[in-house]
Design a protein around this ligand. Structure first.
Ligand code: SF4
Length: 121
């Protein structure tokens, strides 16, 4: 049996959650104070996801790169692949904050959006 210990990041209460796993089955979850925390802990053990933040090179902009993030968390095991892919790209200025730069990168159910604006030169 394996016990995973997390601090729930869903709200500022930061409950300490423990998940007992036997084989590929969750046996018990303790420490959560609400259903959202329980759901998060299950996902954290079975299929952890993260929002990805990075930069993409910019062509013809006042800045050489633009900061971006995924608009939803993606599976943790795909992060490296996505980062490598984004490192190969170049987007054209002008770019507005919130602009969707890439829809469904690598077939992922997310969008890559700009987190700042870059004016054209
Ligand atoms: S378990 Fe619920 S109350 Fe506790 S930190 Fe997570 S979301 Fe907040």
């Amino acid at each position: 049996m394996t016990v995973y210990r997390f601090t729930c990041v869903i709200c500022p209460l930061s409950c300490s959650v423990e998940v007992e796993v036997e084989g590929d089955r969750i046996k018990e979850i303790r420490g959560f104070s609400c259903p959202r925390g329980k759901e998060w802990a299950v996902e954290e053990v079975l299929s952890p996801k993260r929002v990805v933040m990075t930069v993409i090179r910019v062509k013809g902009g006042k800045e050489p790169v633009v900061s971006v993030k995924t608009d939803s968390p993606i599976p943790k095991e795909r992060i490296r692949e996505l980062m490598s892919y984004l490192a190969t790209l170049e987007v054209e200025a002008p770019i507005s904050i919130g602009q969707v730069l890439i829809e469904r990168p690598l077939g992922l159910e997310t969008k890559v959006v700009a987190t700042r604006s870059v004016e054209a030169v």
